[in-house]
Design a protein around this ligand. Sequence first.
Ligand code: AMP
Length: 193
Amino acid sequence: MQKLLCVYCSSSDRLDPKYAAAAEELGRELVARGFGLVYGGGKTGLMGAVARAVKSRGGRVVGVIPEFMKARELAYDEADELVTVVTMRERKLLMEARADAFVALPGGFGTLEEIMEILTLRQLDVVKKPCVFFNQDGFYDDLIKLFEKMLAEKFFKPSNMDLFRVAASVSDIFTQIEAARGVQAESKWFQTR
Ligand code: AMP
């Protein structure tokens, strides 16, 4: 079966065009590397940009969208497979199950929530698949600084920092996915005695 890259990204249409340009580059590049796309099934913002770019190169698009968003005509109807679910939670579960790797492009609350759930499952070793932040123009620098503070103050172990990779360019996303393969989570819990 074809590998699917799960892309979490912004649904906003008001961004600097450089973000859509990078999302489109990712869409073309993932097809070139033999991946299909699984994502939230939207047609707006970076979500629409990445999906249209995948289709423009003959790639496969799998969208997973809640009924209430579909009803509001937010769905990308040209997707090869558009799975309709009821809740946002079901949607995340399906995207996670179908994906072979995860990447977060710049985004808002939704994007952050989705990638943080994956990291939470990574640290429990429930999810074992590569997880990458695309740090376009330093977008995620402050989040990574916060992770470093969490580490310094022992909210988690040093090995937690190996559970995700940071990519500096679109092609680096794929380098980081390969580098992340096989990294196993250490037990999450500190020794209690
Ligand atoms: P945000 O970063 O807040 O724009 O949220 C984007 C993420 O949340 C995407 O990866 C989607 O899975 C989901 N999402 C939020 N808004 C939409 C929308 N209008 N259409 C489809 N998915 C959305």
